[in-house]
Every structure is written in structure tokens, then in C-alpha cells.
Ligand binder design. Sequence first.
Ligand code: 3HC
Length: 315
Amino acid sequence: LNAAESGLFDDLIEADQRIEPRDEMPEAYRQTLIRQIAQHAHSEIIGMQPEGNWITRAPSLRRKAILMAKVQDEAGHGLYLYSAAETLGVDRAELLDRLHSGKQKYSSIFNYPTLTWADCGAIGWLVDGAAIMNQVPLCRCSYGPYARAMIRVCKEESFHQRQGFEILWTLMRGTEEQQEMAQDAANRWWWPSLMMFGPPDTGEAAQGGHTEQSMAWGIKRFSNDDLRQKFVDMMVPQAEKLGLVLPDPELRWNEERGHYDFGPIDWDEFWRVLKGDGPCNAERLTHRRAAHEEGAWVREAATAYAAKQAARERR
Ligand code: 3HC
């Protein structure tokens, strides 16, 4: 009996219940989840690189300790997510191969460089802020293992966002040079962080997309544009608190809509970055492949140890 014939899957989705690994599910549902969870996992581990770049140069011992913890959290998020993907019957080694060969994507945002210390603040504030906006609804995703992984991830992300805000808060209360550095980082990260939510729901730049089907399956709970709007509405007052000017002359409160209006997003840039032509795509993948190769001995040692333990237990 396949999932469609049994009707159980549809009943569970209809009742807004969770689908668990043992449940029958349509193949397309399984493939959509593998794609999204794997891309999410890849984003977490590639996302270690831009900030990892600043660990040795963090401006104080306290900042360094916080940054190391944050980057380690991202590795942890990657691990929960690969585990969640494995419950769908794929192998993590295979998923990593797909990342390394460019067959699977990771978030566009991690193809931009971290030029100054203020970029660590802007990433925490904007990028992790966007990640939270996108991931809190995923805690209610219809697939149980993904939804459960998201709960802890979101708790840690909110710490990350606050640390980013606090870096910028400190810089904005510093020297003129520090304030300029913070403003420059906000200028460079604002538009790419809006692109993180994915292509628009309608229009030419939408290029098809998975939203409608994913919402029907309860994987996505909001469309890309709805989440982007919520993000803008959340960030404008925070930017005002920080004393930062967001780089969009069209940004203004729309009384009628009850939301902030904002200017057009450069979707050509987004699709270019996705196709591999962002400022750091090549660097990110080269570094990732090298880390994987250099870590081969650790995986081999762990496998040999596990085999030895298993043999001992059998004796
Ligand atoms: N970067 C790269 N690719 C993107 C993208 C982005 N910002 N936004 C969309 N895409 C891709 C999609 O993967 C899809 O490509 P595919 O068909 O080849 O797989 C295509 O563009 C069309 O987009 P859709 O909106 O139709 O795709 P989805 O329904 O999958 O929605 C999404 C995109 C909203 C990003 C959704 O996949 C999602 O919610 N993913 C989980 C969250 C996530 O991956 N976050 C990663 C960044 S945050 C992070 O890593 C935390 C940090 O602390 C390290």
C-alpha cells in the first residue's frame, strides 16, 4: 500500500498532525524535505566560515569566547539537521557529496565576505534575525524530526541575534570610526539578508518555486514574501534603536497596510549568487572541500573505534 492509497498521510496533514519517519508519505514530500533540510544543514556548516574568519581577530577575549561558542553552535545545528535528513532514508555522506559537487545549494547569504569586525555584528543582528523569522514557523513543520530539531536551533539563534545586536550597539556608542564601520556593515548586509527569504511569491523573478506545495503539506507555514515583510517590520525599529540608517530610501511606514514599504530587491543579483557567481562562492566551497578531506582521518578513526567497541561487546 503506498501513501496515497492508504489516505493516512492526507488525514494526518489535514488534522495538522506530525508525520513521523515510520509513516507512509508521498515520495515528492520526502524529496522536498530532503532538499530543504539538506540545504538548511549545508547552510549551517558553510555559515561557520564568514564568522570563523574573525575568531583569531576578535577584539577581546570575551568577544572571542562568544564568537567561538556561536560558530560551534552552527556546527551543532548542521549535525541535528543532517540527522533529521537521515530519518528520510538518505546518508549524510551522500548529502555532503552533493554539497561538495554543487548539486545541492546552501543559503545565498554565506557567499558575501566579512570585511570588518562589524560584519560579525551585522551577521548576528540581520542574518540570524532573518534565520529566526524563517525558522520559528518551521518548529510547527509537519515533519516531526525537522520540527523538533528547530526548537533548540531557534533558542540558540535568538542568543546569536542578541550578541550581534550587542556588538553593533557597542560600536554605535564608540568612536566615529566605529560608528562608520557599523553603518558600512549594515549597508552591505541589509539587501542580502532580505534575499535570504528566497524569491518573491509572484512575478517574473519568482521562477516557479515550491511554496504553494510546501504550504499545502505544512512544511512551510508562510510564504517567502510574508516572512520578508515580517522581518522588515521587526528590523526597522531595531535599526532606529541602534542609530543605524537602513540603506533603502523607499523604506517608510504604510499606515493603510500596517507594514513598512520597502524598495525593489535586486533579484538578478540573487540568481547570480545562486548560480555560483557571488563574491565568495568559490572560496566557500574550496574551503569546505579541504576541511572535509583534512577531516577524513577523524571519520576513519571514529569508524575503527566503533567497530572495535562493537567487537568487544560481542565477546
Ligand atoms: N539561498 C539559496 N537558495 C535559495 C534561497 C537562498 N536564500 N532561497 C531560495 N532558494 C532556492 C530554493 O532552494 C529553490 O531551489 P531548488 O528548487 O533548486 O531547490 C529555489 O531557490 C526556489 O525557492 P523556493 O522559495 O521555491 O524554495 P523553498 O520552498 O525551499 O524556500 C527557503 C526557500 C525559504 C529558504 C526554505 O527552503 C527554508 O525555509 N529553508 C530552511 C531555512 C534555511 O535553509 N536557512 C538557511 C539560512 S539560515 C542559517 O543557516 C542560520 C545561520 O545561523 C548559520
